[in-house]
Each structure stands twice: as C-alpha cells, then as structure tokens.
Design a binder for this molecule. Sequence first.
Ligand code: PMP
Length: 354
Amino acid sequence: MSRFMSGRFASLESYVPGEQPKTMQYVKLNTNESPFAPSQGVLDAIAEQSGLLQLYSDPDATNLVRQAAQVFGVKESQILMTNGSDEILNFAFMAFGDGEHPFVFPSLSYGFYPVFAKVNSIPYREIPLIEDFSINPADYHHAGGNIVIANPNAPTGLTLSLKEIEGILQTNPDHVVVIDEAYVDFGGETAIPLVDKYENLIVTRTFSKSYSMAGARLGFGIANEALIADMNTIKFSTNPYNVNRMTMAAGTAALTENDYYMNNCRTIVAVREWTKQELAQMGFTMTDSKANFIFARHPKVDGETLYKKLKERGILVRHFSREDIKDYNRITVGTKQQMEAFLAQTKAILQEEQ
Ligand code: PMP
C-alpha cells in the first residue's frame, strides 16, 4: 500500500476472482461460465456496433431495457442495466447501506458481499448456514438490516423457495432484500413476480452464466421504480456509460434469442444430473445443486489434492481453502464431453490415491 492510499481502505481485502489461465489450455470448470458460445445474432450485433465506437453508449440502455422488460414481464422503469451483476450489487450496497445497520448475508455465499460492504464502509453480519449448508430462512426474519441472499446460493447451489423468500421480505419491511439470481436459470425459482408486491425487493441477474456472455460484462437489477431510481442516482454519479455499446447490443440480441439460451440451460441441467450420478458412483457426496456447478467431496481424497491433481491433468476446478469447505471442490458443469474428461481424470486420481 502506498502512503497515499486512504486509511479507509487500510484493511480492505479485495475480492479474489477464480483463475483465468493465460497459457495452458485447460478444460475450464472453475468460474461457472457457459460452455456454449453466444448465438450468431449476438456476434452480428457486436460486429455492427464495433464500427460505432467513436460514439458513447446509450446511458439509459433503452433498447436493451425494452427487450428485457418484455422477456421478464416487468415495466421498463423497473430495470437497471449494469456492468455485470457485480455492479448492480455494488449499487445496492452503496444506495441502501449506511454506517449503522449491517448488511446481512450467509457466512458461506458469494465472496464479494463482504468486500462490497467493506469498500463502502458498511458494517455487515454473516449468518452461519445450518449443518447441511442450507440457509435457514427464519434466521433472516427481523434481521435488523438490509439482506443479500444468492438463490441458488454459491458455492452450494442450494435454493430457497419463493414462500421462504416472501417470509424474509415480510419480516423486514424497513430494509431492502436483494435476491441474487445469478444461477436461477439452472433450476431455481425466480422472485421477479414478487417485485410488484414487495417494495423492498431487488432481484439481480447476470448474462454471465445462462446467456454465455461472461466476457461482455452485463447484469441488471429488477425492483420497484423507486429503488431503481435510487440505484440510478448512484449509477449517474459514478459511471453513466456503465454498459458499453457492444455489450448493450449483444444483450438485446441475446434476449431476442432467448430460446437458444434457455435450451442451453436445459442441456446443462441434464449434464449436471448425469455428472452427479457418476460422481455418486465413485463415492462423492454432493449438495443438491440447482446451479451450473456441482459442490462435491470425496471421503478418501482431500479437496486440495484433488484440485491440484486435476490441474496437473489439464482440468481446472475451483477449490476454496477456507476451513469449513476445504474438503470440497466446486465444479462448473460444462459440455458432456468436458464432463467425461473430468470424470475420467477424477477416476484415475482416485485409483492412484487409494
Ligand atoms: N452473484 C454470484 C452468486 C456469482 O457467483 C457471480 C459470479 N462470480 C456474480 C454474482 C457476478 O457475476 P457477474 O458480475 O459476472 O454478473
């Protein structure tokens, strides 16, 4: 840290993204990307916009918002487009967090939540999961602060029902409840239909997983008009052109080809279930993940060993060294072929280890 860095950030530990390998070609199952390329319409839209880069992008993302409003069945004024869903999450922390009330979230969830709290000088409170890694919704009733919950949660893939989410919304009427639906298209139940009913609900979404656009950086929030307006105040006070022209056009095109992407999600779900069965036969135990990843451990091989040995064999998965999950690996669901390669290498490693 230089002597010029603000003292506010003296103890800030920034978010550590999953590895993006620069040299070797891995079977890349470590950052929950889609294994499928974007549709042709998306590629064409990007090419078209690239010749117009001398012009700023539309700060209101008008066409994209219009298309999203249609697909998700909400009003245009209920949507805010952002640079990945990380940005809408940060806007929610900035707009609704204060120095007195903690932001509340599960102790095992998306690792960026505590970082958003710290960088914005907002206190936070982490609620432990119950033993099987699931969230006890009652722990979030009358939480005393804003709440953020990933549904499905990461890295477990476990879900809450809409009824359970409604219970959280109803018992926290004076605080916002952010439901992070980054993985909802792989088997969760969306809370979007609840935004008209609860003025304190924000649903966040991303194009990074189900829409094959992690590299384009596009996400959005859906909430009632007043919350969207508040987050727009933050957006226009930080980066009005937060979504670039190519990404904006790509997102619009992707939503007009929604069927292609939803079909890819069905394929990923089928491959997930098949892979889980294969892993179970090898002795792995897993959470009942409804996301595009599997969270698995084996009683005979520790998580880090498996991660390292897979890496040596050209398969990249995600291992977290924190104590409560160090036995596990999070494996993104790729194509059937990629999962076959992963399973074959895993089998060979197990044989070596036993
Ligand atoms: N929420 C969760 C739960 C995630 O796992 C991720 C992906 N790392 C994000 C949000 C952010 O994704 P993006 O910024 O790519 O939309």
